[in-house]
Design a protein around this ligand. Sequence first.
Ligand code: SAM
Length: 345
Amino acid sequence: MVKEQLLSRIRAEGPIPFDEFMDAALYGPGGFFVGEELRSVKAGDFLTSPEVSPFFGQMIGRFVEQERARWGEPFRVVEVGAGSGSLLRSLGVDIETWAVEVSPGAREALEEILPSGRVIAKLEEALGPGVVIANELLDNLPMAVAVRRGSGWSEQSVGEENGELVMVEHAARPEVASWADAFSGKVGEGGLVEVQLRAGQWLVDALQSLGRGAVVVIDYGGTAEELEHRRVAGTLRTYRSHHLGPDPLLEPGETDITADVNFSALLAMGSQEGAEVELHRQDDFLSEMGLREEVAVLRREELDLARRGDEMARLKVRSRRIEAETLLNPRGLGDFRVLVARLSG
Ligand SMILES: C[S@@+](CC[C@H](N)C(=O)[O-])C[C@H]1O[C@@H](n2cnc3c(N)ncnc32)[C@H](O)[C@@H]1O
């Protein structure tokens, strides 16, 4: 259905830039995120840190407490793209909490755990000091695709050929070329760069919504330099049912479309807004919040239960410990990045 809509739009208007295609495939009528299905759960399409272990939300809760101590009241937490609400449910902090969601399925789940009126469609509806959190959101915000040609850039759009969606290349729009110049890192001829203007604008809007407080962006990706080795084919990909899916043009609306987040661009946008910015690895950030001590406590508990011969209880503790360690896996979730941008108002 999404594919048909896109084909008739392209027939009428000509090729559409990849960011507009991604917007339609994820957020337009029939789009991947606007259905009733809950995507970020074990039976869904991706498994996120808060779904893996409640320790993730708990560590974020500690961060929120530290920030509240720094900034004082009034103070609130807003999670954007809150999914099933597993992060907000495990925060363990007595604080005013809001969720921003576009997916009807996720909104329904969130309405069960938050007071009425606290599940909203747009961040602008929750203005005020606090912490704004986005875990695995910015990798889904529509992005353009620039292609290195000589010393400049062209851009990929989605066109039509024999009833199928195909990529076509044309001169890059000026804002796409200047973003690519600033944040692509070194890219060889024909190399692909996802141009994340919307993610940058999201960070600016989030900071402005706070006035005073911190924005925390957690996602896969890295600095421009760290992403350089992926620039031959780019990092754009699709996911469905926890597995890599087909080419993004094959089944729009049926798959998640995502790419590594360019944190250099976000750091620059944050600084430009007057924020103090920090970038951490997720394993370091969670360690700083005390997760390794929690793992050590669970290990001691396991040993104790083993000594007492309580195998059932030991296995339960063991699985909580393994879930917590998954958040710290240096080649998995631990390799995610955590950007903190603080604004003192
Ligand atoms: C990968 S899931 C992550 C869910 C949750 N943050 C977690 O960590 O489990 C992305 C979520 O963001 C929501 N989403 C995507 N784009 C959004 C947008 N522009 N505004 C608000 N929510 C959005 C989706 O509906 C989905 O629930």
